[in-house]
Design a protein around this ligand. Structure first.
Ligand code: ATP
Ligand code: MG
Length: 392
């Protein structure tokens, strides 16, 4: 029955000159999302509205699911579009639409007609009255409520006529591409994909970096991160995933630094490399899935030590979330099942039995000096040999 979707989007931050940037970015993201759907669509901007119109048969559920992943959309209205073949024909379609959409007629309604085309022979008030009357004739159980109707039936007279009444909530946020780029430190865990999602939701384009330590971490662990990047990219659009070979650096830290500081020192080098890669590709910030107190490396003292190596702002959108809240969100966005696959992104030999929970920055810096003779070379090699995977 539906041939098109009217896309509703928020008005915040889209005034003046920014408005068309916002709308164009939204149109691009809608096109990208609908590519995954069985069916062809035209996505157009008309008179301050965005429509996704099907130009072939299409899978309705898939289309709605895809649109629900486009940041910037606040409402998705499935629209019946008809040609203007006179008022009687319109009324017939409206009655059919109502019957198909609301099997239970024990409801209140109101018709809200609008004419974008003023040469239509009736004005909005007349259309409202007349269509309301036809609906009441067809379904006598219906009641009109002009203040708080359960169903607000919209009829828009344009070149074609749009009929709709249902609004499916979108994800909100801002369209990707309206807010610069940031580098996500993406592990195979639950938290970092959620963190990437949350920053992308504000319109930020994402690039990702994964630290891989073969043979201590398996190819399966890497594949899991690729799979997670794909899941995040369903929201964020295509992204580059940098896979850094971190083995030599990890081994050097393991050999030369106190074992209770392994994780902190390792995390400091991860941040350094991610920032370096981020600078090269125009990122304006880093993103991690850290949450205060979750593990030893995420206490306030530990965060202070890892943060200290970065010049760029580090965004930690799940910082105040409990684990369960992060899990709930990962289930909602569809990354949870992949995140809990048992392929570890960090080999247990590199995890100390008793890691420091209150690292002291001066002591850490001092212990890092043990790496002075080799670390610069290793960092350079890690960055030069990075594998760039295009995630679509
Ligand atoms: P996650 O569920 O995201 O893996 P975690 O609870 O396992 O988080 P940590 O292992 O302490 O936490 O990592 C904290 C953050 O550091 C992660 O959220 C991620 O952003 C980054 N990180 C950790 N390990 C890696 C890795 N191997 N590659 C890329 N980023 C990583
Ligand atoms: Mg992890």
């Amino acid at each position: 029955m539906y041939k098109a979707f009217l896309i509703k989007y928020g008005e915040i931050g889209v005034k003046g000159k920014n408005r068309y940037l916002f709308e164009d970015a939204l149109v691009r993201q809608i096109r990208y999302a609908l590519k995954e759907v069985d069916g062809e669509f035209n996505v157009t901007k008309e008179n301050g509205r965005i429509y996704a119109t099907a130009v072939s048969d299409f899978d309705y559920d898939e289309a709605v699911a895809a649109l629900k992943r486009v940041f910037g959309i606040i409402g998705i209205c499935p629209v019946v579009q008809i040609e203007d073949n006179g008022f009687d024909d319109l009324a017939k379609h409206v009655v059919e639409y109502f019957d198909a959409t609301y099997p239970d007629k024990n409801i209140t309604f109101k018709v809200n007609a609008r004419r974008a085309r003023k040469n239509y022979p009736m004005d909005s008030m007349e259309i409202n009255m007349e269509l309301g009357g036809r609906l009441l004739d067809a379904f006598p159980e219906l009641k009109v409520d002009v203040h708080k109707p359960e169903v607000l039936l919209q009829v828009e007279i344009r070149n074609k006529i749009n009929i709709y009444s249902v609004e499916i909530p979108g994800p909100g946020g801002m369209p990707i591409g309206t807010a610069g780029k940031a580098m996500l430190l993406l592990s195979g865990g639950i938290d970092s994909p959620v963190a990437g999602y949350m920053i992308a939701k504000r319109g930020v384009q994402i690039e990702a970096t994964y630290f891989h330590a073969p043979p201590y971490t398996s190819d399966r662990a890497k594949q899991k991160v690729v799979d997670l990047a794909k899941l995040v990219s369903r929201y964020s659009g295509p992204m580059v995933l940098n896979v850094v070979n971190f083995t030599d650096i990890q081994l050097a830290i393991y050999e030369k630094c106190p074992h209770d500081e392994l994780t902190i020192i390792m995390r400091r080098y991860m941040m350094r490399i991610a920032e370096e890669l981020g600078k090269k590709s125009g990122c304006l910030g880093l993103i991690t899935g850290e949450s205060i107190g979750q593990v030893a490396s995420q206490t306030m003292q530990s965060l202070y030590c890892t943060n200290e190596v970065c010049e760029m702002p580090v965004f930690r959108p799940v910082i105040g979330f409990d684990k369960q809240e992060i899990i709930d969100l990962s289930e909602k966005i569809g990354t949870y099942e992949t995140s809990i696959q048992p392929f570890e992104d960090c080999c247990t030999i590199f995890v100390a039995k008793h890691p420091v929970t209150k690292p002291n920055l001066n002591i850490i810096k001092n212990d890092e000096k043990h790496l002075d003779d080799c670390i610069e070379e290793m960092l350079k090699t890690a960055i030069d040999t990075v594998e760039r995977i295009e995630i679509k």
